[in-house]
Design a protein around this ligand. Structure first.
Ligand code: SF4
Length: 378
């Protein structure tokens, strides 16, 4: 376990984001650097509680061995912590940044005290691993002779490709967009996940033997709706290539479907077709593309009065993007009622705590305009 009395000695102290005034001026990651000694005290708070609910069904969806690496960080054994983290998680640099951390909601210490800062520790372990050069391509010792195609290069597709390649199969990942990564690349904005981290991991997979093909959709053109990601990718660029499932199965022994949900849920209400109304994925994708290409985004909130409908993570990412583009004002509509400040009696530990939270973009809006942009029950 961490330090026997660690949870009594050290209060929870999460690694802060960069100050709003600074981070609103760029699309760099919101995270500030973590001090290793500080994280050791946070790892020391883990009680190794015997039945670690952070690893239960209510906790970490990738079954991270959380108490083990908390203890190793406390012991200053960062390399061993990295090995235990990679034992269950192909890409901790992504989860350590963008996961909502259900582990912390299920942490046993959270019954009476603020939970262990699990997500911060996870990010610090993998970031240190890359800094120290400990993260290397993992190629198989021998090949199986089987060929596998993976449709989709988001986190699921990349993890499937990694595991299949380690098992010795020859893996080719097909992606319909122009860059590998799926939602990691175009759904999550730069300030939450630097795209160089995605490219770094894709390069490692390439070095381990995985092949990647972009701008190729497995399926038929007729099945693609007019507002689909593919049409977005074709604007001013080459046409997307199509491969039928039959063609794929002729060339490969198996096909893994790891496709995303890029079909947006529409809001069929009066006025929906007015100009200036966009789906979140279209907005976020164009923003990231424009940052890559160093050109203004074709959907730009600069000088605009912006309404974001939807109070979840994607809504927050749209708020953060609009603020960085220089919107004149911002309002956020949320369908549900404002959650309570503390768990309600019908939402006990270790369930995900349904409480009011302020995401990075909400505090940024507060900083810029002097008030929380959220309006509930709308
Ligand atoms: S933050 Fe990390 S340890 Fe926690 S639930 Fe997410 S992936 Fe698992």
């Amino acid at each position: 376990m961490g330090k026997v009395t660690g949870f009594k000695e050290f209060p929870r102290s999460a690694v802060p984001y960069r100050a709003e005034a600074e981070r609103l001026g760029d699309f760099d990651e919101i995270f500030s650097g973590a001090d290793p000694e500080h994280l050791q005290t946070q790892g020391a708070r883990c009680m190794d509680c015997g039945v670690p609910f952070c690893q239960s069904e209510e906790g970490c969806p990738v079954d991270n061995l959380i108490p083990e690496w908390n203890d190793l960080v406390y012991q200053d054994e960062w390399r061993a912590a990295l090995d235990r983290l990679h034992a269950t998680n192909n890409f901790p640099e992504f989860t350590g940044r963008v996961c909502p951390a259900p582990c912390e909601g299920a942490c046993v210490l959270g019954i009476t005290e603020p939970a262990v800062t699990i997500k911060n520790i996870e990010q610090a372990i993998i970031d240190r691993g890359f800094e120290e050069g400990w993260v290397e391509p993992v190629a198989p010792r021998q090949r199986s002779g089987f060929k596998v195609a993976v449709a989709g290069s988001g986190p699921a597709g990349l993890a499937a490709a990694d595991q299949l390649n380690r098992a010795g199969h020859a893996v080719t990942v097909y992606e319909r967009a122009d860059r590998i990564g799926g939602l990691l690349m175009y759904g999550i904005p730069m300030m939450k996940l630097d795209k160089r981290l995605v490219e770094r991991r894709v390069d490692l997979l390439r070095q381990a033997g995985v092949d990647f093909v972009t701008r190729t959709n497995i399926g038929t053109k007729a099945a693609v709706s007019t507002d689909h990601m593919i049409n977005l990718m074709e604007e001013g660029r080459d046409e997307t290539a199509y491969l039928s499932v039959e063609e794929v199965l002729d060339r490969y022994d198996a096909l893994v479907l790891a496709v995303g949900a890029t079909e947006a849920r529409d809001l069929p209400i009066p006025g929906r077709t007015a100009s200036g109304i966009h789906f979140a994925m279209e907005y976020l994708t164009r923003s990231t593309q424009s940052l890559y290409e160093k050109s203004p985004s074709s959907i730009n909130a600069a000088g605009k009065r912006v309404i974001v409908i939807g109070g979840g993570d994607t809504g927050a990412d749209c708020i953060g993007t609009a603020l960085r583009q220089g919107c004149q004002s911002i309002v956020n509509f949320e369908l549900l009622d404002r959650p309570p400040n503390k768990r309600a009696s019908n939402n006990p530990w270790p369930q995900w705590p349904l409480i009011v939270r302020s995401d990075y973009a909400h505090t940024e809006a507060q900083h810029r305009f002097g008030k929380d942009p959220r309006n509930y029950s709308l």
